[in-house]
Design a protein around this ligand. Structure first.
Ligand SMILES: Cc1cc2nc3c(=O)[nH]c(=O)nc-3n(C[C@H](O)[C@H](O)[C@H](O)COP(=O)(O)O)c2cc1C
Length: 243
């Protein structure tokens, strides 16, 4: 069993998306899976040109010669694929969006109609991996994920992780043991989710609930973030001889 996460954060290896993906993949590995996280920001991925050659002239094949050829192989060879992105402007990063646009060669051109009146393209390959989704955002609150949820929920993902207060994930604070406990519980729940996904093919409602635990009050998160930025700005001011 192979589990791959494609991480679409521009921060790559230092991202909060990575912290989340890492815990989930640890759980998957414990359950016997081979795992890998691909940092898309490190890859050479051009924009889709919209030429549609992959549908007509060279069916199933993109005319651009870049890292997507090997990444699509890696995607298809996986049993489970995770797509990870921070919220940027209420949606996914351009890094992940660009990556997903380049999957057009895996769709056939003809338009089909669903019973509910929506439309789709058939896939070109027989077997697609099952998918899960990881997102985190910088604001408190659930509404930051509304657009992503609307987009993702149509696609039958095995697991959806929506982590608000994302910038608090590595802020151990001895004065705030409750938040620390919640963060530890969040990462434990992610490990459990990775384990369950590989072992059972699904993640229990109980684990999903634990993943979406409120880690701190909105006010405490705001106060911590605003204090950080006050200190950061004054640090740079004092370094600047002109100011
Ligand atoms: C260009 C940009 C746009 C952002 N837009 C939002 C947003 O719409 N809502 C939000 O809650 N956070 C937003 N954020 C904050 C990030 O989602 C947040 O910092 C996140 O924890 C980064 O995750 P990462 O470390 O995985 O990249 C934005 C950040 C950047 C740089």
């Amino acid at each position: 069993m192979r589990v791959t996460v494609f991480n679409g954060s521009p921060r790559g290896r230092t991202s909060n998306s990575h912290k989340i993906a890492k815990a989930l993949l640890e759980g998957a590995r414990d359950a016997g899976a081979e795992t890998e996280e691909v940092f898309l920001i490190e890859k050479n991925i051009e924009y889709c040109r919209g030429c549609l050659a992959c549908w007509g002239k060279t069916p199933g094949k993109c005319i651009i010669n870049d890292d997507m050829t090997e990444l699509i192989d890696q995607y298809l060879e996986s049993d489970y694929v995770g797509l990870a992105t921070p919220v940027y402007g209420m949606f996914m990063t351009p890094v992940l969006k660009n990556f997903t646009d380049r999957f057009l060669p895996l769709a056939t051109p003809h338009i089909r109609k669903n019973k509910d009146g929506t439309f789709y393209h058939d896939g070109r390959v027989k077997r697609f991996p099952r998918q899960f989704f990881i997102s985190n955002c910088g604001f408190p609150g659930e509404h930051n994920f509304d657009l992503l949820k609307a987009y993702i929920s149509q696609q039958g993902f095995v697991l959806e992780v929506y982590r608000n207060c994302g910038e608090a994930l590595d802020q151990a604070d001895d004065n705030d043991p409750e938040t620390n406990r919640n963060i530890v519980e969040f990462f434990n729940a992610l490990r459990e989710a990775g384990h369950e996904m590989v072992k059972n093919g699904k993640v229990s409602d109980e684990t999903v609930e634990k993943i979406h635990i409120k880690i701190m009050s909105d006010e405490d998160y705001m106060a911590g973030a605003n204090k950080f930025w006050d200190e950061e700005i004054s640090k740079h001011k004092s370094e600047d001889p002109e100011s």
